[in-house]
Design a protein around this ligand. Structure first.
Ligand code: HBI
Ligand code: FE
Length: 279
């Protein structure tokens, strides 16, 4: 579990990254040559402990993406290498950012098939827990599924939904829950059983196992309105995971859907507790 619900948009200076050389759209150069040997070693540690686990737990589409990207096991990836693969697969590309960026800019990147990836990597003392996303979470967790045409198209539609959410009271909170549960913490049913595709889970050793094996959390069939009304926790493993039947199901529920009526009806009501039982 690695990231807060939303960027503290008003003061990026409180965040860990260096925003001083960022462009107006918050992009920076990756400056791959500037990573220190120990930073590559931290990548290698994180990569090694996830790569075997995900064979057992990740969705086949995620594993196909990992293989297609062919990221190094021992070095922080060069975004330009991944971009050749992404461009050919779905037209997406990675852009380097200093860390969390304001929602409006984040949405705009997604709407144009650009995925913001944080350039810095966590310290060794933080292998298991991090408040802000780093390059391991952003790249290892998010880049693989951007090779999947259906998921990639959903991500673009998500970004396109941003402006209306920002201009409707309660809208941003509801749209952010869709990202949280369906992009960061999503599970999917496969013929071989339940699998993980969410980036927040698959970049975490503990939650990868917990989300599938533990009897504690609820696993609730995906329902758009329920997802958008359900609160979440950022400081512990999730109490509720939502489960897709397929990425088409997510895409169909969201593509060309006007969320504004939902924002208006539910945006100022109290959220559903993540501990609430089945609807
Ligand atoms: N910025 N770099 C970065 N990564 C995110 O995941 C991110 C962000 N800014 C805003 C944001 N996420 C969320 O507010 C939206 O998903 C709702
Ligand atoms: Fe993320």
């Amino acid at each position: 579990m690695v990231e807060p619900p939303s960027a503290p948009a008003s003061q990026p200076s409180a965040l860990r990254g260096d925003y001083s050389s960022a462009a107006p759209d918050y992009t920076v150069a990756q400056r791959w040559e500037h990573y220190a040997p120990d930073e590559h070693a931290i990548w290698a540690t994180l990569y090694r402990r996830q790569i075997d686990l995900i064979e057992r737990y990740a969705a086949p589409e995620f594993l196909a993406g990992v293989r297609a990207l062919g990221a190094s096991a021992t070095q922080i990836p060069r975004f330009e290498d991944a971009n050749r693969v992404l461009q050919a697969a779905t037209g997406w590309r990675i852009v380097a950012v200093p860390g969390l960026i304001p929602e409006q800019d984040f949405f705009d990147h997604l709407a144009h098939r650009r995925f913001p990836v944080t350039v810095w990597i966590r310290r060794r003392e933080e292998l298991d827990y991090l408040v802000e996303p780093d390059v391991f979470h952003d790249f290892f967790g998010h880049a693989p599924l951007l090779t999947n045409p259906v998921f990639a198209r959903f991500m673009q539609a998500y970004g396109q939904a941003g402006p209306k959410a920002l201009s409707t009271p309660g809208g941003l909170r509801m749209l952010a829950r869709l990202y949280w549960y369906m992009v960061e913490f999503g599970l999917i049913r496969t013929s071989a059983g339940l699998r993980v595709y969410g980036a927040g889970i698959l970049s975490s050793k503990g939650e990868t196992v917990y989300s599938i094996e533990s009897p504690e959390p609820q696993r609730v069939a995906f329902e758009l309105l329920r997802v958008m009304r359900t609160d979440y926790r950022i400081d512990d493993f999730q109490r509720t995971y939502f489960v897709l039947d397929s990425f088409e199901q997510l895409f169909d529920a969201c593509y060309d859907t006007d969320f504004a009526p939902m924002y208006r009806q539910y945006g100022s009501l109290p959220p559903i507790s993540p501990d609430a039982g089945p609807a």
